[in-house]
Design a protein around this ligand. Structure first.
Ligand SMILES: [Zn+2]
Length: 410
């Protein structure tokens, strides 16, 4: 006999689905650990096919690679070399398992549940990679955007579209399609515009606000070696010998303090700006002198692979420097998140991520002073956590927020 999906859902008890969701989630978490470790190091996720110990490179047998359980059995150490295994591994497995379980309980065994789980897996990887390496790889965000649009075609997601439409109608003077496939895609476009648009504008604003004037050679050293964390993209405003102004991007930070292993990793870390490899030096070996309204470069070693974009030449005058606070990685992440969640929930994500950002930044600045402000805040972590919260709490959260606002307005 033929049984429909609905009959199947009804015939299988919920606890069975719940256990299954947790197990699948923790296995996916185990796979995410591989992605989280290998992607920022430029490695392939598929090769080598077997997991290996980062310390001794011994491949890990299947019975030592069971999510959560193996970590407990091995008491957090590699079987071959006894090197400590990071707590991050079981934590990611447990978190993904619990997320899938919660999704199943909230949405039931449905298509929406499945799509949300795929979304959650990508977001968990982004959160941990941004936390560890301060990058949000294109290899996740761009396919993620494709997935989000496909998900919207399969499952028409219209959450919050009516009240988002009030704004749009006010702006353009006519209502948007609010039903079915068209409504779902309209909501995706709203989410992308609100999420990526806001972050792009913030990034541009941040860029212009935090300019460090460079007057003396000491200012230049101070900016590149002390203010920039190793690997930070710094933007130098330069006046060319011809009088023309341009911007040159260099990698800041004092690389001389890194160990050879760290140095090797720094060199091959993919940047948010694209897949170009980062150059290693912040103008080491260049000769400079205090010039008129800036620092003039007198000579640069020929073999210095100095920049990521643009090139400094003898005769150029460096006028000021900016730290790139937010890379385009955040913008691309919000294209993906915005398309999946739609306009209203994306608004929720921005709101909650900013709140989380303040909650994390204030104690850091109070404890560590100015220094903490110079360090790039991995905002992708906050955006990711807010995106996960939006799946479960976004709709009630927005209703409370709107009631709160309207109680002020009326
Ligand atoms: Zn080992």
């Amino acid at each position: 006999m033929f049984i429909s999906i609905v009959e199947l859902q009804e015939s299988v008890p919920l606890w069975f689905w719940a256990i299954w969701a947790f197990l699948v989630g923790s296995c996916i978490g185990s796979f995410l650990n591989v992605v989280i470790y290998r992607l920022p190091r430029g490695g392939s996720v598929n090769t080598p096919a077997r997991s290996y110990c980062p310390s001794c490179k011994a491949s890990i047998a299947w019975y030592d690679n069971l999510p959560i359980i193996s970590f407990l059995v091995l008491r957090g150490r590699c079987r071959a070399c006894r090197a400590k295994i990071s707590w991050q591994y079981p934590l990611v497995e447990l978190a993904t398992g619990l997320l899938f379980l919660t999704t199943l309980l909230a949405f039931g065994p449905t298509l929406r549940c499945f799509l949300n789980c795929v979304f959650e897996a990508a977001v968990v990887a982004l959160i941990v990679i941004d936390f560890n390496d301060q990058i949000l790889p294109d290899a996740i965000t761009l396919p993620g955007l494709g997935f989000a649009l496909l998900a919207r075609m399969l499952d028409h997601h219209l959450v919050g579209l009516p009240w988002m439409n009030l704004f749009v109608e006010g702006l353009v003077g006519r209502p948007l399609p609010m039903t079915g496939l068209t409504g779902s895609l309209v909501n995706a476009v709203l989410g992308m515009a609100i999420g990526a648009g806001t972050l792009w504008m913030l990034g541009v604003g941040y860029f212009r606000l935090r300019a460090f004037p460079i007057r003396t050679p000491e200012d230049l050293t101070d900016f590149l070696k002390r203010r920039c964390v190793v690997g930070t993209l710094a933007r130098l405003k330069v006046r060319r010998a011809s009088g023309q102004r341009s911007a040159v991007y260099v990698i800041g930070g004092d690389f001389s303090e890194l160990s050879p292993e760290e140095l090797a990793e720094a060199e091959f870390a993919p940047s948010n700006a694209g897949s170009r490899e980062l150059s290693m030096t912040a103008l080491d070996g260049a000769q400079v002198e205090a010039g008129e309204r800036g620092v003039r470069i007198t000579s640069i070693p020929d073999d210095l692979e100095q920049t990521v974009e643009g090139r400094l030449e003898p005769g150029d005058t460096i006028i000021s420097g900016n730290l790139e606070g937010m890379g385009l990685g955040d913008v691309k992440m919000m294209l993906f998140v915005g398309a999946f969640l739609g306009g209203s929930l994306t608004f929720f994500v921005l709101l909650v991520a900013s709140l989380l950002g303040v909650l994390v930044a204030v104690p850091r600045i109070l404890l560590r002073g100015q220094v903490a402000m110079q360090h790039a805040l991995p905002f992708g972590v906050m955006l990711g956590i807010a995106a996960l919260l939006a799946l479960f709490l976004g709709e009630p959260g927005l209703t409370i927020y709107l009631d709160f606002l309207s109680s002020f307005l009326t």
